[in-house]
Design a protein around this ligand. Structure first.
Ligand SMILES: *[C@@H]1O[C@H](CO)[C@@H](O)[C@H](O)[C@H]1NC(C)=O
Ligand SMILES: *[C@@H]1O[C@H](CO)[C@@H](O)[C@H](O)[C@H]1NC(C)=O
Ligand SMILES: *[C@@H]1O[C@H](CO)[C@@H](O)[C@H](O)[C@H]1NC(C)=O
Ligand SMILES: *[C@@H]1O[C@H](CO)[C@@H](O)[C@H](O)[C@H]1NC(C)=O
Ligand SMILES: *[C@@H]1O[C@H](CO)[C@@H](O)[C@H](O)[C@H]1NC(C)=O
Ligand SMILES: *[C@@H]1O[C@H](CO)[C@@H](O)[C@H](O)[C@H]1NC(C)=O
Ligand SMILES: *[C@@H]1O[C@H](CO)[C@@H](O)[C@H](O)[C@H]1NC(C)=O
Ligand SMILES: *[C@@H]1O[C@H](CO)[C@@H](O)[C@H](O)[C@H]1NC(C)=O
Ligand SMILES: *[C@@H]1O[C@H](CO)[C@@H](O)[C@H](O)[C@H]1NC(C)=O
Ligand SMILES: *[C@@H]1O[C@H](CO)[C@@H](O)[C@H](O)[C@H]1NC(C)=O
Ligand SMILES: *[C@@H]1O[C@H](CO)[C@@H](O)[C@H](O)[C@H]1NC(C)=O
Ligand SMILES: *[C@@H]1O[C@H](CO)[C@@H](O)[C@H](O)[C@H]1NC(C)=O
Length: 643
């Protein structure tokens, strides 16, 4: 038998639940327990999945083990399930699931189906090839309704079967709170811990889930930026005072609910720079420490504000997808510097109920992930009927600030990507300089330069946080705390006080300037096309593998004025998608060795053409022009993160 040991955190679950069912004055809630199996940590949620009949031999083994045994559930068809089928099933569980391990073969439950009256021949004890032995085998008839999904479980002396969730450590500090779903549709904080100096995250076996049309995200492990409300959990917005001051949310944000309804498993709330304002490690991050970017030497800034979603998606292969938000680059920047796919959707296409606002005219919700297929499937759920994949592409590419020579490893990759894209689309490429284009063909009733028109737009619009976030927070906190003010990090504080020095009419002015720019883009730069959705694609450099060390001393926070290429999508509402294309070498001044950082590109198109870009991503992946990326040290080769 495989060796194992248990480390019970809660006392005996069975005994406790019996007590809980009697009516007593105090409130008592079983929250599951943790165990260790062959050196791996597991969380056992309190809910019984199913109850099986306990054979004599299983009862003996359970008595011997103290009442709880690891259990593997397999499905036999009606006939002839033998040793070979069993070995193949176990091999496939091991290769496809990071929760299953051979320790679960301590007891095996073989489910068979067919005509219920048909007597199934008793199952001869299956043996695995090699040294692994199999413990006790039980069999049981299962109809479609009563069958237990195959995979790893734990069973008690009464035959109660519980799920097995593997525990991992958030070694990169990407999470603020880790979670489990309650039966009533709300969430609770995960009551478990493991080695690693950080929070533990519990993930269910991948074998429990089957993706269907109704549940296209079944079993997808999802982390949520902590500006989205999730019923039962507190929201922090990256601020400690806020977290402790306000009660847990009583309603889940609409986007998050759509993902849950599609089968996604929420594993935790992830770090955001404070109130989703741009912050840089380390001095800006006063309330919480910035997560760690896993790439290269491990001491590069994660960028912000979806810092936790970016660092988590880039670090952990047990995490599939994260939900972020992008007002001024908050999804795109962490995606670019960490080798992830990330999208700023066309503004307005994804609802934001239940999400902390920055600037309602600019805020968007989207994903960060290593997996283009999951990205697309999850986006269909998020956008609903606002996205339809299409495969008719523009034959015009506008490059913005693109390199012209192979002067660096990154530039070589960028040129090669453009070459492949141009060939794939049979496209013509032109270089776009928006400043010059504006000078040549700006709206006749606007005389100012692009910079004059747009210089203040961003900081004025995000300054609306003073009335939507700051003022109610200060008033409510102050009233409850003898007139005191809560702590706020330097960056949001500087931006709020700058914005508060302008009259409210400035916001109207900023919106008018933004509208002027957006209309100009829509009719001159990225125009709608009834065949290809957009007349052209725009591409610009997302990241060329440049360093941004987190141990640098920096100047005090400034105001994010100005116009730049990354603000085209912000001000015009067009979609802006990040695609990782490779990595470039640099010599780290920390490790004193050659390390690698991601190279990525951004793709722009006309408003509403998100589905065309997703279609293109799908085709470029199929053509091998871009690939899914890996978690760890390198987005290309994976490997262990440096500490
Ligand atoms: C069986 O165990 C021996 C000794 O522990 C080990 O050397 C061998 O690799 C094992 N074989 C398999 C197939 O696991
Ligand atoms: C839902 O269940 C959790 C855990 O059992 C409990 O703490 C919470 O109060 C319940 N919420 C509601 C709204 O019933
Ligand atoms: C839910 O929370 C909101 C905001 O705190 C509050 O206004 C509302 O009354 C609460 N609803 C319920 C049903 O408790
Ligand atoms: C689709 O976009 C429109 C316009 O922005 C928005 O009003 C609507 O709520 C979105 N639909 C869904 C299902 O989210
Ligand atoms: C665009 O044109 C302006 C004005 O001629 C110039 O200053 C700027 O460097 C150009 N930008 C790029 C990316 O070439
Ligand atoms: C590519 O486009 C050119 C004109 O734009 C056309 O003549 C040519 O046939 C196209 N090639 C392919 C392979 O579609
Ligand atoms: C310029 O004209 C457009 C369209 O006629 C109008 O919508 C816009 O408000 C005008 N802008 C200014 C700054 O007057
Ligand atoms: C709007 O644009 C005008 C130039 O056309 C500029 O003078 C003004 O400062 C801008 N306002 C804001 C709030 O950006
Ligand atoms: C943009 O606005 C800031 C803040 O008012 C100002 O210091 C800066 O000179 C402006 N830049 C341009 C190019 O107008
Ligand atoms: C597509 O656009 C062309 C030219 O702009 C127009 O002639 C044609 O009728 C449009 N087709 C559809 C289906 O709208
Ligand atoms: C590494 O280089 C960066 C950028 O030049 C600098 O800010 C940082 O202090 C350096 N770090 C070390 C450990 O030398
Ligand atoms: C993607 O993967 C394929 C197959 O492994 C490989 O041939 C191709 O070079 C990769 N492309 C990139 C951009 O890494």
């Amino acid at each position: 038998m495989a060796s194992y040991c248990y480390q019970s955190v809660a006392a005996s679950l069975l005994l406790l639940s019996q007590i809980a069912s009697t009516s007593l004055a105090w409130s008592f809630t079983p929250t599951g327990q943790t165990v260790e199996l062959d050196g791996l940590s597991y969380y056992i949620p309190p809910d019984v999945v199913s109850t099986i009949s306990v054979s004599e031999s299983l009862r003996k083994a359970l008595d011997h083990a103290g009442g709880l045994l690891p259990l593997t559930v397999v499905n036999a068809g009606s006939f002839g399930y033998g040793e070979k089928d069993f070995s193949q099933d176990i091999a496939s569980y091991i290769s496809s699931d990071d929760v299953f391990s051979k320790g679960f073969l301590e007891a095996v439950y073989v489910q068979y189906s067919g005509v219920s009256g048909h007597k199934y021949p008793s199952f001869s004890t299956p043996k695995l090839s090699g040294n692994s032995s199999v413990g006790v085998v039980s069999t049981g008839f299962a109809s479609n309704i009563s069958s237990i999904p195959v995979g790893p479980y734990f069973v008690t002396s009464t035959g109660a079967v519980y799920e097995a969730w593997r525990l991992f450590s958030d070694v990169q500090g990407a999470f603020l709170e880790t979670t489990i779903a309650s039966k009533n549709g709300t969430f609770s904080v995960l009551p478990a811990n493991v080695e690693g100096q950080s929070l533990a995250i519990a993930v269910p076996s991948r074998l429990y889930f089957t993706k269907t049309d109704e549940k296209p995200l079944a079993g997808v492990r999802l982390g949520i930026k902590d500006i989205y409300d999730i019923a039962g959990l507190r929201t922090s917005n990256g601020n400690r005072a806020w977290y402790h001051f306000y009660p847990p949310a009583n309603k889940t944000a609409l986007t998050v609910q759509r993902l849950i309804d599609a089968g996604a498993v929420i594993v935790g709330k992830m770090k955001t720079s404070q109130f989703a304002n741009g912050e840089v490690a380390t001095a800006d991050w006063v309330d919480y420490h910035e997560p760690f970017n896993p790439r290269g030497d491990g001491y590069q800034d994660t960028s912000s504000s979806s810092s936790g979603p970016g660092a988590g998606a880039a670090s952990y292969d047990w995490l599939d997808l994260t939900l972020g938000s992008d007002t001024g680059g908050s999804i795109r920047n962490p995606s670019q510097v960490q080798g992830l796919f990330g999208n700023r959707p066309t503004w307005g296409m994804v609802p934001l109920e239940g999400v902390m606002p920055m600037a309602p005219q600019l805020d968007t919700a989207g994903f960060l992930t290593r997996h283009p297929d999951i990205w697309i499937a999850a986006s269909k759920v998020l956008y609903r009927d606002n996205v339809t994949l299409s495969h008719n592409y523009p034959s015009k590419i506008q490059t913005i600030g693109w390199p012209t020579t192979n002067s660096s490893e990154a530039n070589g990759l960028l040129l090669s990507f453009l070459d492949k894209l141009t060939t794939f689309l049979n496209a013509t490429t032109t270089s776009l300089n928006l400043t010059e284009q504006w000078m040549e063909a700006h709206p006749t009733n606007v005389t100012s330069s692009l910079t004059d028109l747009m210089n203040l737009t961003y900081p004025i619009l995000i300054g609306q946080q003073t009335s939507s976030v700051r003022d109610p927070f200060y008033a409510e906190y102050s009233a409850a705390n003898s007139g005191r003010l809560p702590f706020v990090n330097p960056v949001p504080l500087a931006r709020w006080s700058w914005a508060a020095s302008f009259p409210p009419s400035t916001i109207v002015d900023a919106i008018a300037n933004k509208t002027t720019f957006g209309n100009w883009i829509e009719s001159n730069i990225f125009t709608a096309d009834n065949q290809t959705c957009s007349d052209s694609l725009g591409i610009y450099v997302g990241n060329s593998g440049t360093t941004n060390y987190r141990n640098a001393y920096r100047s005090p926070p400034g105001i994010p004025t100005g116009f730049s290429t990354s603000r085209i999508s912000i001000f015009s509402g067009v979609p802006d998608f990040v695609l990782p294309i490779g990595q470039a070498a640099y010599v780290s001044n920390i490790t004193q060795r050659t390390e690698y950082l991601p190279v990525s590109v951004d793709i722009l198109a006309a408003k509403g053409c998100d589905g065309m870009i997703f279609g293109l991503v799908q085709d470029l992946v199929n053509a091998g022009v871009i690939n899914a990326t890996k978690a760890g040290y390198s987005g290309v080769t994976g490997e262990k993160i440096l500490f």
